[in-house]
Structure formats: C-alpha cells, structure tokens
Design a protein around this ligand. Structure first.
Ligand code: ZN
Length: 496
C-alpha cells in the first residue's frame, strides 16, 4: 500500500524516520487563555518573549498560530540535517488548515509531508459537521480518502488527529465512529487527540474497535500528557499504538500544576513501555503547534526529535567498560516469572554460555509498514518482556549475545523450500521489518549472523563465532520453537 504525501504517493520503503504528529500551518487560538500574568508590553513575538511564554504558553493568542509558509519551510528543513525524512501534518478543518500551501513547503524543505482527514474537538467543528450523523460523516471521509481533500487532489495518509474532549462529547463520538468506519473500509489508520484532563483513551479505543477498526491501526495520541502505567498498559494490551507525541515541549499553562511533561519524563515512559515489550506499539512526535516551538523563537524546532533522541539512543548503546553503566537493566517487571528462561547461575550452565536470539525481527515496527509473510505467534506481547529480560540478564552476567537474522533477497532467489509450507515471502533484505527488533536494542559489539534457512548453522559463520567465545552451553530464544529454534538446536547438538 503506498503512502500518500502532499506531493503524491511514495512507497513505504522510501519513507525514512518520520515524526507522526506535527503542525506546519495552523491556528489554534481556540485554546488561548486569559492571562493571569500580563505579557510584557511592546515586546514582539521572538526570543525575548520566551521567558514569559515558558510559564504562560496560552496567554498570547499569537503564540498558537503558525501562519507563515516560508518560516515553516525553513524550520522544517532542519529535519533533513538531523537525519529525518517525513512529518505527519495533522491540522484539520477548524484548526487553520491551509492544505494548498503544503506541497510547496514539502518541496522547499525536502521533507515528506503527509496529512490527515477527519474532525478535531467539537468547538472547532463547522456547524454542518457538528450536527451530521455518522453515515454522512463516513461518506465525507471516504470521499476524501479516495479522491483527495477539498479539490486539492491531496489524499490523506491516515485519519487524524480525531479530536476528543474530556469527557468526549456526542458530536465527537459521531466523528470517532465515522473515522473508524472509513478506516475499517479503506485500511487507513486512525490517530486520536486525547485530552490531558482524563483517561478517555480506553473507551475511545473500544468504540473504534466496535466500529470495525483493527486495534493495531489505532494510534491513541498525547498519552505522554497523562502518565498512568495501568492506563497505558490497558491500551497496549488491547493492541493499539501509543503516541508519546509532545517531545520538546516543556511549558507551563499559567500555573505550576498545569504543565507539559519534561523530555526526561517522556523518555522514562519510553523505557518503561520498551521494558514491557511494546516497542512495536509506540510512535513519537513533537506536536509543534506554536511560535514558542520554533527555532527562531528559541524553541526546539521540528528537528529536536531526530537530533536529540538519536543521540540519546546512541548513548544508551555505548559499549560497556568505560565507567559505570548509566542505564543498568530494568528491575524485574511485576508479574514476570523469575524462573523461566532466566540464565542466572542455575546448575544447568556448564562452562562458557552463549545466548542465541533467533529471528526476533521487526525493526522499528512502524505502523505504516506492511506485514511479514509469517503470522505472529499468539502471546507475543507477554513473551516480549521475558525475552528482553533474558537478554538483559545475559549481558549483566557477561554471557555473550548472538543475534540471528533471517534475510532473503527481494527476488526470493534464495528462499528455497521455505515457501513450501504455510509461509509467504518474508524477511526481505532492506525492509525495516527484517531488521532485528529495535526493542531488543542489539549492540554494535555483539555478533549478528544472517541466515537463509531455518537452522542458524546452515551455511553461516555461527560456528566460528561460537568457537571465538569458546561456547560450551547454548541458550536459544526465538519466535517459532518448532521451526528455526528446533533446527538450530538439532544442529547445535550435532556440532557438539
Ligand atoms: Zn496536534
């Protein structure tokens, strides 16, 4: 399925790192607040206003308008320098959308821009939308998905940000149901805007599923603005994608108790979600929507996510042995069994041990990408944290970890008899999903052995690697016990 950008369709493989929620041209003055502290007199929008805006983000209406396409293109261009490739522009009608100007911004910045369709919170809805029934709204969305929005020919990449207040209003429920029906019919994902005032995400997800959405096509937005582990876990367990999408904003709304989370807090959420095994159910973004977010005004810019978070990830992957590890393995997950799959000092370990992780692939697990040719085993969600913990414990105990990665050429010339059974083409070279699952965080000093058959020994350098480690005991962990694990175990036995 192609991805629709404002400059036309592209293949998923041509879209690199993408921020899943931004605004380039928007007008969200509906959120403006009466100031408790008056703004400094005679100071124009710019860096000098930042001290005031940090504490009074919504108190100058001009702050929450992004009006200049030239500025947008200049600010967005930094994304490319920082290694990014695309942004989703989720401004809808009633939010100051200026669709016709987006292609030029995309061209000038060199960044893929994708847009959404649907309706935001009720106060922004035009009267005819606010009063329309679900069928009429569904028809409207289907037309936009199939033919483009408002005669621009620009087709949405997904539905969103679908607005919900807390509590969700009747008109918003109708808009959600319509989005779900249109999404279910076309395969478009639905991205919601959740209020920071309450936990409506679970109920919203239930309604979307009731209307036919597959949960893995639903993204529940702004969850980093309501940090509650049980709430986030419920949404993850139901199979939906969580959006921690306000990175780079650390503002107050006129008082100490109304504030954004900090990036440190957001990263803590990310670490937690990864440790729970839900790395492939997370998207991140910044939701730039104000002057105070722009670089020219001393904000973090559209590139913060790509520049700073890549640094953070590399820092975490630093090889050990140069001072104390700032990121020791996470403590045991409550409820996770301490006894199964745990290579501690159990008597079963004889001599040098090596942990072999077989075919746990999936890359960054970006929702927009297509499926692999092998259905997931049931219970993957509960198993992931255990695999992650096994890897962490191995590293902590000095047991080398070896990654096995199955790959095949796009032409399938090397896939052989793997297609004889129930499997379709899978693990194609170059697909993000073929990379080792990012939530396992493979490290540069660890070996990756590529294989083209079930057994990790067949035609690979695994034996050399195991000799290098003087391996005497192997631990195997992986996806399909009766196939790749089985063949690898049998060969390990035969190789003594
Ligand atoms: Zn937004």
């Amino acid at each position: 399925m192609p991805i629709h950008t404002v400059l036309g369709p592209i293949e998923a493989a041509d879209l690199g790192r993408t921020s899943m929620h931004e605004h380039l041209l928007s007008d969200l003055r509906i959120w403006a607040k009466t100031p408790t502290e008056l703004p400094p007199e005679g100071v124009e929008m710019g860096p000098e206003l930042m001290a005031y805006l940090r504490w009074n983000f919504l108190s100058i209406p001009e702050n929450i308008v992004l009006h200049d396409p030239t500025v947008a293109a200049e600010e967005l261009a930094h994304v490319v320098t920082a290694g990014g490739s695309g942004v989703l522009e989720l401004t809808l009608d009633g939010m100051g959308r200026r669709l016709a100007e987006l292609p030029e911004i995309s061209r000038r910045s060199g960044v893929h821009v994708m847009v959404g369709a649907g309706f935001y919170v009720e106060p922004t809805m035009p009267d005819d939308v606010r009063t329309a029934d679900v069928d009429a709204l569904t028809e409207l969305l289907l037309t936009q998905l199939r033919e483009g929005i408002d005669g621009t020919g620009i087709r949405p990449a997904l539905l969103g940000e679908i607005g919900t207040s807390y509590p969700v209003t009747d008109a918003e429920w109708r808009s959600l149901r319509a989005a779900a029906r249109a999404g279910a019919e076309t395969g478009a994902a639905v991205y919601t805007h959740q209020s920071f005032r309450g936990m409506a995400g679970t109920e919203v997800l239930e309604v979307l599923i009731e209307e036919g959405m597959s949960p893995d096509r639903v993204i529940i937005g702004h969850l980093d603005e309501f940090w509650d582990k049980a709430y986030h876990r419920d949404i993850a367990q139901a199979g939906a994608v969580l959006a921690y999408d306000t990175f780079g904003s650390d503002f107050y709304y006129g008082s100490a108790d109304l504030r954004n989370p900090t990036d440190a807090e957001r990263l803590e959420m990310v670490e937690w979600l990864l440790s729970e095994g839900y790395a492939d159910q997370l998207v991140i973004a910044q939701d730039v929507w104000a002057q105070a977010n722009l670089r020219r005004n001393r904000g973090r810019g559209y590139d913060h996510l790509f520049a700073r978070l890549a640094l953070y990830r590399d820092h975490r992957r630093r090889p050990r042995g140069r001072g104390p590890d700032p990121h020791p393995p996470p403590p045991p997950t409550p409820g996770a069994s301490m006894t199964d799959n745990t290579p501690t000092a159990a008597p079963a370990v004889v001599g040098n041990a090596v942990l072999i992780v077989v075919d746990i692939q999936g890359g960054t697990g970006t929702v927009a990408l297509g499926d692999g040719g092998i259905p997931h085993m049931g219970g993957a969600a509960e198993r992931r944290p255990r695999v992650r913990r096994t890897v962490d414990l191995a590293r902590a105990a000095g047991v080398p970890v070896v990654w096995i990665q199955e790959v095949h050429k796009p032409s399938l010339v090397d896939i052989g008899r793997e297609l004889d059974g129930a499997e379709g083409p899978h693990c194609i070279e170059g697909d993000d999903g073929t990379e080792i699952a990012a939530w396992l965080d493979p490290r540069p000093e660890e070996f990756v052995v590529r294989k083209r058959r079930y057994s990790a020994f067949f035609g690979t350098e695994l034996e050399i690697v195991l000799k290098a480690y003087k391996a005497e005991t192997l631990f195997l962990v992986g996806g399909l016990t009766d196939v790749c694990i089985h063949y690898t175990a049998v060969d390990a036995h035969q190789h003594d």
